[in-house]
Design a protein. Sequence first.
Length: 217
Amino acid sequence: MTAPQQLADLPYADTLRPFEGEFGDGEDDFDAVHFDGTVFDEPSLGGARFMDCAFESVSFEGGRLRRSRFSDVWFHESRLISTDLAQTEWTDAAFVAVGAAGIQAFDAQLRRVVFERCKFDSLNLRGARLVEVVFDHCLLRDADFGGAALTRVSFPGSRLVDADFTKAACEQVDLRGAQLGITAGFEALRGTMIDSTQLMELAPALAQSLGITVSDI
């Protein structure tokens, strides 16, 4: 999967209309809306629906969008800070050059989602379900995949720092080409694919998690 790089690359670009107004004014369904350069301060829009929408240079500062649904949406050069995205649903979504910190996305559902050149700090995906998701050249710092289900997920060129996979369920997860800074949940790597270099780097932690003592004396 590849992410559209420009607004004009979106198949629904010609149908977009500019966003006017504010969140919370009674509208909770957004169809073919272009959010451009808008700053949303503590938006409260739980259960909203976004379809064929583009978010460009947008900033979410806090706020609650829990249980919202996003289908065919595009985020470009935007920021999400301490935003509640728990139990949200994402289908056919793309994030390009997005920065996010303190995001609560536990129990979220992500299907056919691509993250490209994104930076995440403290991303909570506990209990989430990810199917056909790509993290392409992303930085994931303190990402929590505890109890999540990952199916056909890949991390090409990405860097994981202090990632937690405790009790995660992995199926056809491709970790090749990523820098793996995993601190917990090594037993959950069953069902993943790694390269020989990564195996050498992970060997001490894998041995420790299996209770294997390595000694040359």
